[in-house]
Design a binder for this molecule. Structure first.
Ligand SMILES: Nc1ncnc2c1ncn2[C@@H]1O[C@H](COP(=O)(O)OP(=O)(O)OP(=O)(O)O)[C@@H](O)[C@H]1O
Length: 192
């Protein structure tokens, strides 16, 4: 492949960002169900990070990738380790995660840094990107299991995109029965 040319797939890259427990994975999974696995796929930048940690430490990769309490035990260490790698190459994990792209629509469900957005813009070109910021109040996130943790909620991985807009869509994911409307708005953004 000519390395100066952007790859043909995906046609659209949907970048989802937002704070812990705002519902990035929930909305990504529900969107994938609507679009279907032949057309769309979910890519997680954290996947190669978690894979490395699971291999090194003999941990359960499935549980690290899930939304249970297990991943929280290792979150801080993974942030610190991965930030050190990013200082040498900001695209290292985005590039590794993108190796699995083989669908028309790619949903990146854990965009956390300005350099993540930069990587996708530089690699695929701005016309294919759709950026979505998901918000939920602290009380709603708390009801979903979030509690403030120093070293996690006040560092770059959580705060770098607080001023990362303008976003193509800004969504409030607060109500359990409101997801269909949010999904319809995302779908319109992708398909228009
Ligand atoms: N609209 C919704 N309706 C019902 N449940 C929701 C909704 N949004 C999120 N949740 C639930 O809230 C919890 C946290 O959501 P999720 O794991 O998607 O957050 P996240 O932003 O991916 O968090 P993290 O950054 O920690 O990975 C999950 O149990 C999820 O099922």
């Amino acid at each position: 492949m000519d390395s100066t040319k952007a790859p043909e797939l995906p046609r659209v890259l949907l970048l989802l960002s937002g704070k812990r427990k705002c519902g990035k994975d929930f909305l990504a999974d529900a969107l994938l169900k609507r679009l279907g696995p032949n057309r769309a796929q979910i890519v997680r930048i954290s996947e190669p990070i978690k894979r490395h940690w699971a291999d090194e430490m003999g941990l359960d990769l499935g549980a690290l990738l899930g939304d249970g309490a297990y991943k929280e035990r290792y979150r801080k260490q993974m942030i610190e380790w991965s930030d050190a790698r990013r200082r040498e190459d900001y695209g290292v994990f985005c590039r590794a995660a993108c190796r699995t792209i083989d669908r028309e629509i790619c949903i990146v469900s854990d965009v956390r840094r300005k350099t993540d957005v930069r990587f996708f813009r530089e690699t695929y070109g701005p016309a294919r990107l759709r950026t979505v910021r998901i918000e939920a109040s602290e009380s709603v996130r708390g009801a979903r299991g979030w509690t403030f943790q120093a070293g996690i909620d006040d560092v770059q991985s959580e705060c770098d995109l607080d001023d990362g807009g303008p976003w193509d869509l800004l969504l409030k994911n607060e109500h359990a029965d409101g997801a269909d409307e949010l999904l319809a708005r995302i779908e319109k953004l992708i398909l228009d």
